[in-house]
Design a protein around this ligand. Structure first.
Ligand code: XIL
Length: 472
């Protein structure tokens, strides 16, 4: 059901109906900046893979829901099927959050990867502080796996049965499960999941196993031995939480060696984090990283699909987990597609073209654009938030606004609706793709946060595309 040859029917429903649905959704729900582009899911389906995203219950309405349902054909619950949510009290199940994800998926013709059954993290207190005997803990694990897989039987195509079992050096992580049950907890969990839903594909999922290294070697040896023992293992999930510019060069070869063991492989939690603030060059490099990962999966016939761990920077887990890092996903904080989005699109066989294209600014006859800059700042002892609006008398398509400060030093830490950098006494903001075009008499707004030292005056000079503006 998950192989490339047969996946199309499992994911797509009837082709004509699906295309009509997609067409209707594109017409009504996708931001106009890329309405003309083919949705990622249509491209992925043509390649025999799925393209998915993690979603949380809080994202099942509004803009995030319409983008997710239009662009992606697979969903993984970000938290809603984890142990602490599902079984907060021993033997009492809370299916509501996970069910909402499943209902959303079904309404949007998406398949669901279940995530996850046995993990060291996000466990309820009753479990971690219960001081259970080994056999009692074993029974608790088997019951949880059995009950959850049974509840979602026929609704979840693949389960991350065991999540993150390894240390970086390839030894098994000393968590609740390994410490009390030993290595056999892995086979036992897989066997219980298989008994509960024989049709679901069963995965072991981990991070930092995308390239060949001690950890992926250990995973390889584990999967090989499980296969030899006849334990039901169908796939390996490669989380793929990458750092900008550090996608290993041997991902495809590594995926292939797992596939050669007779299991499916999937990129399950892709993101690519950037040290903030992200520059234009960073976003281009990130696009190249995304291209590489998509190509690596497409290059392996048993790579069944790619899931991004959140499709937008507004809800990504990265800034909350890795201090000073972010901008890791294909859509920005305003749900606008980034270069990484277009990179995925192109790698999946789409046009990859961005709209509007970057073209030189339009200057009126006989002179530059006349412009006014509105600037307000909220200052505190070490930093400030600036809100900036630039109005242009003539139409521009692509803008760079340079603000010059008469003193102090600033370090930009975050920006929205523009890419903002600083150099010496100048802070420079460049448009993003969706607000490149400003009509005659129109304006564009953006903001940024910065740390300051020395003094924190307001800017006294501004230029729009090199032409001086008045600061209002
Ligand atoms: C993360 C979620 O995205 C966060 O919302 C939560 O606070 C912590 O977990 N590897 C995994 C995922 O397998 O379950 C994690 O998800 C990210 C790392």
């Amino acid at each position: 059901m998950f192989s490339k040859r047969t996946r199309g029917s499992a994911v797509g429903g009837t082709g004509a109906a699906l295309l009509a649905t997609i067409g209707a959704l594109v017409a009504t729900a996708v931001p106009s900046a890329h309405a003309a582009d083919t949705p990622l899911r249509t491209l992925a389906e043509a390649k025999g893979v799925y393209i998915g995203t993690a979603l949380m219950d809080s994202e099942l309405s509004g803009t995030s829901a319409s983008i997710a349902g239009t662009q992606f054909d697979q969903v993984t619950p970000g938290n809603e099927m984890k142990w602490d949510t599902v079984e907060p009290t021993r033997g009492t199940y809370n299916w509501g959050p996970g069910d909402q994800i499943v209902n959303f998926a079904q309404a949007n013709d998406m398949v669901v990867r279940g995530h996850n059954l046995v993990w060291h993290s996000q466990l309820p207190n009753w479990l971690t502080s219960g001081s259970f005997s080994d056999s009692e803990l074993h029974d608790i694990m088997i019951k949880h796996v059995t009950d959850e897989v049974t509840h979602y039987k026929g609704k979840v195509i693949a389960w991350d049965v065991v999540n993150e079992p390894f240390n970086e050096d390839g030894t098994l992580r000393s968590d609740l499960w390994y410490n009390q049950l030993g290595q056999s907890y892995i086979a036992d969990a897989l066997t219980a999941a298989h008994a509960a839903d024989p049709a679901a594909k069963l995965y072991i999922n981990d991070y930092n196993i995308e390239g060949e290294n001690a950890k992926s070697n250990a995973m390889y040896n584990l999967v090989k031995s499980l296969k030899q023992q006849g334990v039901p293992i169908d796939g390996v999930g490669f989380q793929a939480h990458f750092v900008l510019g550090q996608v290993p060069s041997d991902v495809q070869a590594n995926l292939q060696r797992f596939a050669d063991l007779g299991v499916d492989v999937a990129v399950t939690e892709l993101d690519d984090r950037i040290t903030l603030p992200a520059t234009d060059a960073d976003l281009q490099e990130q696009a190249a990283d995304y291209t590489k990962v998509v190509n690596d999966c497409l290059g392996v016939s048993r790579c069944v699909g790619i899931t991004v761990w959140g499709f937008n920077d507004a809800t990504s887990w990265v800034p909350g987990t890795f201090s000073g890092q972010g901008a890791a996903t294909p859509y920005d904080e305003n749900y606008q597609p980034k270069p990484a989005y277009y990179a995925i699109q192109a790698a999946l066989g789409g046009s990859g073209s961005t709209t509007p294209p970057t073209t030189p600014p339009t200057t009126p006859p006989g002179g530059g654009a006349t412009c006014t800059v509105g600037y307000t700042a909220n200052e505190w002892d070490t930093g400030f938030t600036a809100d900036v609006t630039v109005s242009s008398a003539s139409a521009v398509n692509g803008w760079t606004l340079a603000l010059t400060y008469p003193g102090g030093t600033r370090t930009v830490t975050q920006a929205w609706n523009a890419t903002v950098t600083q150099s010496g006494s100048t802070v420079t903001a460049k448009n993003l793709s969706y607000n490149a075009a400003v009509p005659a008499g129109g304006s564009a707004s953006f903001g940024f946060n910065a740390d300051w030292s020395g003094s924190d005056p307001k800017p006294t000079g501004a230029t729009l595309n090199g032409t001086a503006c008045t600061i209002g």
